[in-house]
Design a protein around this ligand. Structure first.
Ligand code: GRG
Length: 313
């Protein structure tokens, strides 16, 4: 991870002062570096002995960071990782454009790796992430959003990058295709669990601890699984008042109804349901590691899957 960090810092260099300033601010603002860690661990767990996994890890973190910069502009967020967002400090234009810088720099770094499979996987990954965000935009204020549509969004916007980080470990190690697919699926399941917990935290966390504002999803009229499930259950139980209130909360957005929404979420056990879906995904992730020989890297990947359930930030 220290080697990854050195490469990240080196690759941020630009002749344009604002690019340096903003990119260093966001890259060094205390992210968990989970995706690069996954790329490193999976490459070694698959038996890779070279050093291109360092490049892959830095590339993945650059893409992740570019998506955060863009996402905070789209969502008009003012806090991330316990700090002012870049858009809050430098404005939307600078944040979007430095996101473009990081995104395009990551493609320069991919060309240096000089492997067509790496280019293919990352090109389609970034395309799917962008598609996922557009799909999410279509779900905003739509109280008809189903669990299936929600799962499609979180696969694209979050799990896909986890999948790529893991699959590339298998690619570098030249594992057989079936095994490459299984380690990629570890990433899909882990990423799905990770986003489900993220969506629970948006209703339950402490803003200071999590480092971003709680209640943002409801405020934006974004139907995530806790809300989707609470609404489906209220409909099923013929709770007409609860159903109408949740529909109104989604279509109008804002936090006017937060207390009533929380009450219904608790009454319908929507957080327990969402946690159980995440737990199931975590177990599926661990099961996907079965073809790999036992080694400390595989154990760490099992540990990461368990951590994703208990995290508070
Ligand atoms: C630039 C390719 C490109 C696309 C832009 C805006 C957008 C399209 C995508 C946004 C995708 C996004 C932000 C998904 C949410 C993923 C998520 C759970 C982020 C938080 O991850 P953590 O907790 O962050 O790992 P840290 O702060 O630890 O790095």
């Amino acid at each position: 991870m220290q080697a990854v960090d050195r490469l990240i810092q080196r690759s941020l260099q630009s002749d344009v002062a604002l690019v340096n300033q903003l990119s260093h601010y966001i890259i060094n603002s205390g992210g968990k570096r989970l995706r690069p860690m996954l790329a490193l661990l999976m490459a070694r767990a698959c038996g890779y002995t070279g050093d291109k996994h360092i490049d892959i890890a830095a590339i993945v973190e650059f893409i992740h960071t570019a998506t955060l910069l863009h996402d905070d502009v789209v969502d008009e967020s003012d806090m991330r990782r316990g700090k002012d967002t870049a858009n809050n400090v430098w404005g939307n234009q600078a944040a979007v454009l430095v996101g473009d810088f990081l995104y395009s720099r990551s493609f320069e770094m991919m060309v240096d790796v000089n492997q067509m499979r790496v280019m293919q996987i990352m090109a389609s990954t970034t395309n799917i992430i962008a598609e996922g965000e557009v799909l999410q935009l279509l779900n905003v204020n739509d109280s008809e959003t189903t669990e299936a549509r929600y799962l499609e969004v979180i696969y694209s916007k979050t799990a896909k990058l986890f999948e790529a980080a893991c699959q590339l470990g298998g690619v570098l190690a030249e594992r057989p295709e079936t095994e490459e697919k299984m380690v990629a699926q570890y990433g899909v399941h882990l990423g799905t669990a990770f986003q489900l917990i993220d969506d629970i935290l948006d209703y339950t966390a402490d803003s200071d601890e999590m480092g971003k504002n709680v209640g943002d999803d409801l405020a934006e009229g974004k139907p995530t699984l806790p809300l989707i499930y609470a609404l489906a259950k209220s409909k099923l139980n013929n709770e007409i008042n609860d159903t109408e209130l949740l529909q109104k909360a989604i279509t109008e957005g804002g936090l006017d109804h937060i207390d009533a929404v929380m009450e219904i979420i608790h009454k319908t056990d929507a957080l327990t349901y969402t946690t159980n879906v995440a737990k199931n995904e975590t177990q599926l992730a661990i099961d996907c590691l079965q073809p790999l020989e036992d080694n400390p890297f595989k154990n760490a990947l099992i540990g990461l899957a368990k951590y994703s359930l208990s995290r508070t930030t």
